[in-house]
Write a protein that binds this ligand. Structure first.
Ligand code: UGA
Length: 455
């Protein structure tokens, strides 16, 4: 159905922008992905994805070959031709917990200064409630004017250009981004006019996914409320897990018992070393900040943040009590990324714990199937302060002769390690597992001194 196909430009080729662009092309739209980084554009043209994400490269290559997907650093030509421009640039957290909106503002200004026809601007990036009102105002402010009247871009158009901003938050998780987009549970759109709503409805029609159509501010809030609820769920389980340890209950049995209740649900009940990634930590702090700005104390979300902060170093503290010092000890670290299936390290438990270990003089041997190159940018191999870090290619190399092991990420190959392997390879079979990967009894029987979360 040709009528439904749109010319779409996407600003930003990170997780949000690139995956959205590729999936729009996959359902038949014509998409131009814009990124100011020329090297990145060349890389994508050659079929290489700048991010590690299952199925993404394959769909990039397929849709590029079909002529539905283009990449450019020339934003002007891309925006000028677009019926809709999706913004998927970053909104990083600032020290006070607020979001840095400068990338969004930059794109909004570029859009205002280039478009020559009606255009719907759709913000996919996670932005504080109310931001899209301001983005719309900002674009209108920057549309070229003469004596207060819009004049367009010197091409005789402009006066009657219609530009509106819609909110369309993204719910994909890293590692399953393509599947989460093509088979999303719901699509949320926030618009202030029928015109904008219709365009988004038509763009999403080929996806065949339920659409929740609400006002712009509600759409913005749905994103935060969803992420913060999931963060809360994790922090709640971690809180209960810590209590389980004190009263000799087993969090895994407890969560299994809870999970049969459909009101609770079976997902996101895994206790562990705290949530990481680019979203939960940022979005909890941002909503808490928004509440504070409005004179309200968001107590539940605050509690989720507090629990998560202490959870990240809970195993380090436990190990510090068991060992006199980490100085000169060979410490095996299994898993660096914030979760499996991604090379992303943002807010990962490893980033919290490795500096603490190095500071005490640990000799770290770290294994991660994909996270090494990113991690070594922050912590180059070799001596680091009092300690040292070495990135190894196998689990065996990490464990051999180690005095203690920390598990931070539940990669498949780490999950599959048999308890005997710890016992045989390590100098002292002492394991601190932040992901509850092994049976307590199995480890005990194999002769491993084993500490996990809530068991
Ligand atoms: C999260 C949400 O799941 C997505 O729906 C959302 O779109 C995305 O943030 C975003 O805002 O962009 P993501 O950060 O990729 O996605 O990763 P998750 O799979 O949600 O995991 C987040 C963290 O929670 C990880 O560190 C993970 O280890 C931890 N987690 C998750 C637990 O500790 N326990 C659980 O039971 C589940």
């Amino acid at each position: 159905n040709k009528n439904h196909l749109f010319k779409i430009a996407v600003a930003g080729t990170g997780y949000v922008g690139l995956v959205a662009g590729v999936c729009f092309a996959e359902v038949g739209h014509h998409v131009t992905c814009v990124d100011i980084d020329k090297n990145k554009v060349e890389l994508m043209k050659s079929g290489v994805s700048p991010i590690y994400e299952a199925d993404l490269e394959e769909l990039m290559q397929k849709n590029y070959a079909a002529g539905r997907l283009e990449y450019t650093s020339d934003y002007k030509s891309a925006y000028r031709e677009a019926d809709a421009i999706f913004i998927g640039v970053g909104t990083p957290e600032q020290p006070d917990g607020s979001s840095n909106l400068s990338y969004i503002a930059k794109v909004a200004r570029q859009i205002a200064e280039t478009i020559e026809k009606d255009c719907l601007v759709v913000v996919k990036s996670t932005v504080p409630v109310g931001t899209n009102d301001k983005v719309e105002q900002f674009i209108h402010d920057f549309l070229p004017r003469d004596g207060g009247k819009p004049t367009g871009n010197g091409n005789g158009v402009g006066e009657d250009i219609r530009v509106e901003v819609a909110s369309n938050p993204e719910f994909l998780a890293q590692g399953t981004a393509v599947r989460d987009t093509l088979q999303a549970a719901r699509i949320v759109i926030g618009t202030e006019s029928k015109w904008a709503e219709n365009i988004l409805m038509k763009i999403y029609e080929p996806f065949n996914i339920p659409v929740v159509s609400v006002k712009r501010r509600s759409a913005e809030m749905i994103k935060y409320a969803s992420n913060d609820f999931l963060a809360l769920k994790i922090s709640y389980m971690n809180d209960i897990a810590n209590l389980c340890e004190l009263v000799e209950a087993d969090i895994q049995d407890v969560s299994r018992g809870m999970s049969f209740d459909e009101r609770i649900g079976s997902k996101f009940l895994n206790a562990g070393i705290g949530y990481g990634g680019s979203c939960f930590p940022k979005d909890t702090k941002a909503l808490e900040y928004l509440a504070r700005q409005n004179g309200y104390e968001l107590k539940t979300v605050k509690a989720a943040i507090d629990v998560n902060t202490s959870q990240k170093t809970i195993l380090f503290k436990k190990a510090s009590k068991r060992l006199i010092t980490f100085n000169g000890l060979k410490v095996a670290v299994l898993g660096l990324t914030f979760k499996p299936g991604t090379d992303d390290l943002r807010e990962a438990a490893s980033l919290e714990n490795i500096p603490l270990l190095l500071n005490q003089g640990a000799e770290i041997h770290a294994f991660d199937p994909v996270g090494k190159s990113n991690f070594s940018k922050e912590y180059p191999e070799g001596r680091n302060g009092k300690g040292s870090i070495k990135y190894v290619e196998s689990i065996r190399e990490a464990l051999e002769g180690a005095n203690v092991c920390f598990v931070f990420t539940e990669w498949g190959e780490i999950k599959e390690i048999q308890p005997e392997v710890y016992k045989t390879l390590m100098r002292i079979p002492l394991v601190y597992d932040g992901r509850n990967l092994y049976g307590v009894q199995d480890m005990k029987e194999a002769g491993v001194e084993y500490y996990s979360i809530g068991r």
